[in-house]
Design a protein around this ligand. Structure first.
Ligand code: ZN
Length: 128
């Protein structure tokens, strides 16, 4: 299993620095780079208004973790006292990107829709 993970790592490193990228005079996103520019205002379908309306975009961010949640309480109990750390610490990751979710807020009714997660290295909201 660990060997397999090592292989994927090497492949990802190869993707990271493609030689085709450097030859372009203008910046063109290529495989492994995955950069996306998102407009600040988009015309999208609002399920509440039942028509296409203007939506303002923002990037979804994880909220603050609550210390009284079940998982947090269990972890506190597990790490209490003597003994080693009770869980395995993941050091190698097969994926090099994280999923990005966009939040689209209707400008007329304020209803927010979230898009499906996309694997991107970099997301930019272009405001003109
Ligand atoms: Zn709406």
């Amino acid at each position: 299993m660990s060997r397999y993970l090592d292989l994927t790592f090497v492949q990802n490193d190869k993707i990271k620095k493609p030689t085709d990228c450097e030859s372009f005079s203008e910046h063109v996103p290529c495989k492994g780079e995955l950069m996306m520019k998102v407009p600040a205002v988009m015309n999208k379908y609002c399920p509440k208004c039942k028509t296409h309306t203007e939506h303002s975009t923002s990037i979804y961010k994880k909220g603050a973790q609550s210390p009284m949640a079940q998982g947090a309480r269990r972890m506190k109990r597990k790490t209490k006292g003597y003994g080693s750390f009770p869980k395995q610490i993941q050091k190698r990751f097969a994926k090099t990107t994280k999923k990005t979710v966009l939040k689209l807020k209707c400008r007329e009714c304020g209803y927010t829709i979230q898009t499906d997660g996309m694997r991107l290295k970099k997301v930019e909201i272009s405001r003109v």
